[in-house]
Design a protein. Structure first.
Length: 215
């Protein structure tokens, strides 16, 4: 089981608040033995990684060193302390060739890669690029509190089936997940972990929210 907490650009997941969520995530991982990682904005990566929590970037660009103003270089992300990156989140979508470039650039600096996809077919397409994991997140459920594992369970089972035809890439899922029950349903459907944002970041107690998700 892997819980990846995406802080997005929520105010409650930025700057000092990002560090507080990260410390809570680190403690929850230590206390429960469940793998928990946090994905802050790039500018907060170093401070979040210094808490000791496993730290993912929200994305990197498929570029090398040189003249790419405004781009996020995977090497800079790794030096800031991140050990992995999301790619192709539905709020930051890439074309297939861009995903491939970003995957290769991330691999060059040994970043773990979780590629998001909107549906089972896209999940199978990105699985062919052999990321470390695929995360299926139906965009219409993101941020709604209506969990993919209950509202649209076929998306998870179909994704697991389609991906397994292509590679042995593990499948994660996300969108609307807010409780331990939602996580349990996702795992029963074949997911190996979940991506969660608003259910943790916007909660009064991110620690309690994460504990509920993993226990
Ligand atoms: O987009 C998500 C995680 O990457 C899911 O967002 P919510 O948990 O807010 O639905």
């Amino acid at each position: 089981m892997f819980l990846l907490v995406n802080l997005k650009t929520y105010e409650a997941g930025t700057g000092d608040a990002a560090v507080r969520v990260a410390e809570a995530a680190r403690d929850v991982a230590d206390e429960t033995g469940v793998r928990v990682a946090v994905a802050p904005q790039a500018v907060d990566l170093r401070a979040v990684a210094e808490t000791g929590v496993e730290t993912f970037a929200q994305g990197v660009d498929g570029i090398g060193y040189g003249s790419s103003t405004g781009a996020i270089h995977p090497g800079a992300i790794a030096r800031a302390g991140a050990t992995g990156t999301l790619l192709n989140h539905s709020e930051r979508r890439l074309r297939l060739a861009g995903i491939d470039d970003a995957l290769n650039a991330a691999r060059d600096v040994s970043l773990e890669t979780v590629v998001c996809a909107n549906n089972p077919a896209q999940s199978a397409a990105v699985a062919a690029l052999e990321p470390d994991a695929v995360a299926v997140e139906p965009p219409e459920l993101i941020g709604t509190g209506t969990p993919v594992s209950k509202a649209d369970p076929d998306i998870i089972t179909d994704t697991v089936d389609r991906v397994s035809e292509v590679s042995d890439t593990p499948v994660l899922c996300g969108a609307g997940i807010t409780s331990g029950d939602d996580v349990e349903s996702a795992l029963e459907l074949g997911a190996e972990g979940v991506l969660v944002a608003s259910g943790v970041v916007k909660s009064e107690s991110p620690r309690d929210a994460m504990l509920d998700l993993v226990t």
